[in-house]
Design a protein around this ligand. Structure first.
Ligand code: FAD
Ligand code: SF4
Length: 542
């Protein structure tokens, strides 16, 4: 987004990208049926979400380790391709609400942001217009409406979820996904193949290579250097950034690109790593780190899931249940914390229906009545129970805490010789109590639908089923913004307090999570940062 907005503003931009070029419009396997390959769509080492998934990268990357202190449970997902994780993300595109920027004022926990919803609202509007997002106007205070395209209709199982939610007084509304339900110039409307995670050949969903980087290249002002792994930001004697040192992965050479302004957007924790590795006599603690907060206040979304068997959906009448590659309804946070034993909240994502069968289909037929069998009996069981499953995933807000941070491991380097990150992670009771509530709610919904959960309620000792840190892949913080240079790395314009020509344009500047997926806010914040840079250049201040 920063490259898109800066090239439009007239700047000449060089983008360093660690992975190869990849465009869904050219490279996606959107229409390959799972039965057409020997693997049947099965996950691979570099594609942990399935053979056709549009992301190269994963929890582990050969030659690029990260480490964990003591018994820390934390997993770091990294994309290594043009467009990063936007090639296969879920496209759930939610705005943060006014309350999400003022957590400390609300309940004394975490910190307030130095900016508020009103500062980002015009940029959310621009992102909606440019990229496209469907949804419905609901007027819910902390779930701001956007400039929505029409949402798709709920499918059969989603109507049952809606009915159960209404009975339990859980708000259930059309989802908000960055998928075109009406065409935009150069981009077709969705034809409901349901394969968004493979990337969209007709550009109906958002991925940054087709929607942002291609138009930026078309200005003639973007130089894209793929397979270029940044190692550190370089600094001149005046303490200003002079460019970036990087490794050309094809030749193995160490190179330097000079720049008047440096913008980091390598994913939140990688940007923290770059700053911590940019040590010099002027900045011995790493760059933009005189406060010592780089690597601190890191968060992920809390997550827990329950799936269940719904007998009323057995032997369904065959019908067209095509849709977008994601849910058509979801549940935003609906409760009052004064009556609960945890702060903040979570939203609920819904899955089920008649998706394209592939490897691991239905999670194993042995979980259903009759337990499968052989030959004709097995085929009959699959046909009976296909579509009779429902699943709920909670996605909640973590409060930043002192036990969750990352630092440079003094003993380990990656294959390029770059020191790696070491993670520390501990959930607090805030998150554990929240996840217990998720589990109870999902089980109540499944029972309300007349079904049975596939798994027993996890115990306290099992953390109530909370996913390990990093597993929800919403890494935020580590280079947080703030008004006080003693407790933050960046100001409210995502500009380093210590180095005025250095900016961060990913999830690093976030002061807190929200119970919203973060990418729409990363995009809005990044566009705002780029506009600020252009304005400062015009005024001669940069
Ligand atoms: C399966 C999945 C589902 C998701 N679903 C949603 C969702 O529904 N809604 C939502 O809001 N978010 C979702 N997310 C999260 C979303 O993808 C991220 O928030 C978003 O992509 C972050 O953008 P980013 O540019 O900061 O990082 P990335 O998308 O990770 O991009 C970082 C880029 O930097 C490059 N890079 C990294 N290190 C270096 C280096 N040293 N030098 C040069 N280049 C480097 C990488 O190759 C990559 O291209 C999902 C993520 C995953 C994996
Ligand atoms: S469901 Fe729609 S947006 Fe997703 S890949 Fe298919 S056509 Fe593209």
């Amino acid at each position: 987004m920063a490259a898109y907005a800066l090239t439009r503003a007239g700047a000449r931009v060089v983008m360093l990208e660690a992975g190869p070029a990849w465009y869904a419009s050219k490279n996606s396997q959107m229409l390959t049926p799972a039965y057409a390959t020997p693997m049947r769509g099965r996950a691979t080492h570099t594609r942990p979400f399935g053979e056709f998934d549009a992301c190269d990268g994963g929890w582990e990357i050969d030659g690029e380790p990260y480490t964990k202190a003591g018994n820390t449970k934390f997993d770091w997902w990294r994309g290594r391709m043009l467009g990063g994780r936007t090639n296969h993300w879920g496209r759930i595109s939610l705005r943060f609400g006014p309350e999400d920027f003022r957590g400390k004022t609300r309940d004394g926990l975490g910190d307030d942001w130095p900016i508020g919803y009103q500062d980002l609202a015009p940029f959310y509007d621009q992102v909606d217009d440019l990229i496209g997002v469907f949804g419905s106007k609901e007027g819910i205070h902390n779930e701001p409406d956007g400039k929505f395209l029409p949402p798709p209709k709920p499918r059969c199982y989603e109507l049952l979820v809606k009915k159960a939610s209404d009975n339990l007084k859980i708000t259930c509304i059309p989802s908000r996904l960055s998928i075109l339900t009406t065409a935009k110039p150069g981009r077709q409307a969705c034809h409901y193949c349901g394969q968004c995670n493979r990337g969209c050949q007709v550009k109906a969903n958002f991925s940054s290579p087709d929607v942002l980087i291609a138009p930026a290249l078309a200005t003639g002002r973007l130089t894209l250097l793929t397979n270029s792994m940044a190692r550190e930001v370089t600094i001149g004697p005046d303490g200003l950034a002079t460019g970036v040192q990087y490794i050309d992965k094809e030749s193995g050479e160490d190179r330097h690109v000079a720049a008047k302004i440096v913008v980091l957007a390598a994913s939140a924790f990688e940007s923290a790593r770059l700053l911590l590795n940019s040590k010099s006599s002027l900045f011995p603690q790493g760059l933009a780190n005189s406060s010592g907060v780089v690597g601190k206040y890191i968060t992920d979304t809390t997550g827990s899931d329950v799936s269940g068997f719904i007998p009323s959906m057995i032997d369904h009448v065959p019908h067209n249940e095509d849709g977008v590659g994601g849910m058509h309804v979801y549940m935003p946070w609906w409760l009052d914390n004064k009556k609960l034993d945890f702060p903040r909240g979570y939203h609920i994502e819904v899955y089920g229906g008649l998706g394209q069968p592939g490897y691991g289909f239905m999670g194993g037929i042995q979980r259903y009545p009759g337990k499968g069998g052989y030959g004709a009996k097995l085929k009959e069981a699959y046909r009976r129970y296909y579509g009779a499953t429902i699943g709920f995933s909670g996605r909640g807000e973590q409060i930043p805490n002192d036990q969750c941070y990352t630092e440079i491991d003094p003993n380990v380097v990656d294959k390029f010789g770059i020191p790696v990150l070491r993670f520390h992670w501990e959930w607090s009771d805030h998150e554990l109590n929240q996840v217990k509530h998720m589990q109870e709610t999902f089980r109540a919904l499944i029972h309300e639908m007349g079904g049975t959960p596939f798994s027993p309620m996890p115990t306290k000792e099992q953390g109530y089923g909370i996913a390990a840190g990093g597993r929800i892949i919403h890494e935020l913080g580590g280079v947080r913004m703030g008004s006080d240079p003693k407790s933050s790395a960046l100001n409210g314009n995502c500009q380093a307090h210590d180095v005025k020509n250095l900016f961060v344009a990913d999830g690093g500047p976030f002061v807190t999570q929200a119970n919203k997926n973060p990418t729409w806010t990363i995009l809005a914040l990044s566009w705002r940062t780029a506009d600020y840079i252009a304005q400062q250049r015009k005024q001669g201040a940069l």
